[in-house]
Design a protein around this ligand. Sequence first.
Ligand SMILES: [Zn+2]
Ligand SMILES: [Zn+2]
Length: 102
Amino acid sequence: MLELRPNCELCDGDLPPDAANARICTYECTFCSDCVDGVLLDVCPNCGGGFQVRPIRPARAWRAGTGLVNHPASTVRARPEQSPEAIAELTARLKDVPPADR
Ligand SMILES: [Zn+2]
Ligand SMILES: [Zn+2]
């Protein structure tokens, strides 16, 4: 199941479960759209992959055992795993390579 992290790993902005601007990579690294579009340029600083819109988990259990009522969002705030220099270096190397070719 997808881990719904509560914040952007880069700017620390809040990303509640219903945030439309939450983006995730294949490892669930989570960032806001401003950071993905303006800083990371669709390069995850932790794995080099691209990003997708994080799906919104329904608040209620439309089917038994589902929804935020059964699987709430994480409350553990994420912190940057890489230095600003390391982020900039990988972004520069991969920003012009489509995610499917990385
Ligand atoms: Zn951000
Ligand atoms: Zn990643």
